[in-house]
Design a protein around this ligand. Structure first.
Ligand code: MG
Length: 292
């Protein structure tokens, strides 16, 4: 966690774990690790550390952007229920997606399993936050959800060896790699199919201390279970993906890697509510809307 350095790191971590002495009145959260959210109370976006019991979470505001300046509490606190969560990170340069990284998903769409990570880019303008609408494009009649674990990069890096990948990871969040399946087939290139505005919901926050090896990814549409598989089924694990991607492009702090979706993808329609949960992080919920 390279960006969680400095004098205030322990204070913030203690606060999030409910053991901090300086900020009283916060419910203890046992072994919960640090969660960094981006939010607004109606004014400018700000960042905070999420702590407290489930359903009673509190956000403690921090100074500036913790990705670049470390964590320093301002002393202000809000009930999570009183703020609007935003995408926890706006990638400085790019979202890199990994395609067909679960064998059963590759097979369900009639594709072969790639021998190397199959990567594509989503523009940072496709990123939206929790509860933001996914806008159904008029050019498509087959828009699909793809629930995924997302990695947030913490430092500028290139040619990262497998055994050093953890040094460049800031944390993890949840991604819905929304895809216009018909345009993906039609275009050959995936820029449009993966790149529409609102096609990259991220959230609800960044978990900075997590082992990505065996995390359950669960996707529901209107409460109906669609995807339910562990990251242990990834063909190329997080370290392999980042080593591969950084072999050809520089990754910047705040860049996001969407690590691939399990089997069970399917269509969404305007009016549908889609939720992606990654165990150890949280749930990302968005509603699909028709474009005006
Ligand atoms: Mg995907």
């Amino acid at each position: 966690m390279p960006s969680l350095s400095g004098f205030h790191e322990k204070e913030a971590a203690d606060w999030a774990r409910g053991t901090g002495q300086r900020l009283s009145g916060v419910a203890p959260v046992g072994s919960r690790v640090v969660r960094i959210a981006r939010f607004t109370t109606g004014d400018e976006p700000e960042y905070g550390i999420v702590g407290g019991a489930d359903g009673e979470e509190i956000i403690a505001s921090v100074v500036g952007d913790p990705l670049y300046s470390g964590i320093e509490l301002t002393g202000a606190q809000h009930s999570l229920a009183d703020v609007r969560l935003l995408a926890p990170v706006i990638p400085r340069s790019k979202v890199v997606g990994v395609g067909r990284n679960f064998a059963a998903h590759a097979t369900e769409l009639g594709n072969a399993v790639p021998s190397e990570p199959l990567v594509f880019l989503k523009p940072n303008t496709s990123v939206v936050g929790p509860y933001d609408p996914i806008v159904y494009p008029t050019a498509s009649t087959d828009v699909s959800f793809e629930g995924e674990l997302a990695v947030v990069i913490g430092r500028i890096c290139r040619d990262v060896p497998h055994d050093k990948v953890s040094d460049v990871i800031y944390g993890y969040t949840v991604c819905n790699d929304v895809t216009a399946r018909d345009l993906q087939a039609k275009d050959n290139q995936w820029a449009r199919a993966k790149g529409y505005d609102s096609f990259c919901p991220l959230g609800p926050w960044i978990e900075t201390d997590l082992d990505p090896a065996d995390l359950l990814i669960t996707t529901t549409v209107n409460g109906d279970l669609k995807q339910h598989d562990s990251t242990v089924l990834m063909i190329h694990d997080v370290a392999a993906c980042i080593a591969y991607i950084s072999s050809f492009t520089t990754l910047l702090p705040g860049d996001v890697i969407a690590t691939g979706t399990p089997a069970g993808v399917g269509p969404m329609q305007p009016g549908d509510e889609v939720s992606v949960t990654v165990d150890g992080i949280g749930t990302l919920t968005n509603k699909v809307v028709a474009r005006d």
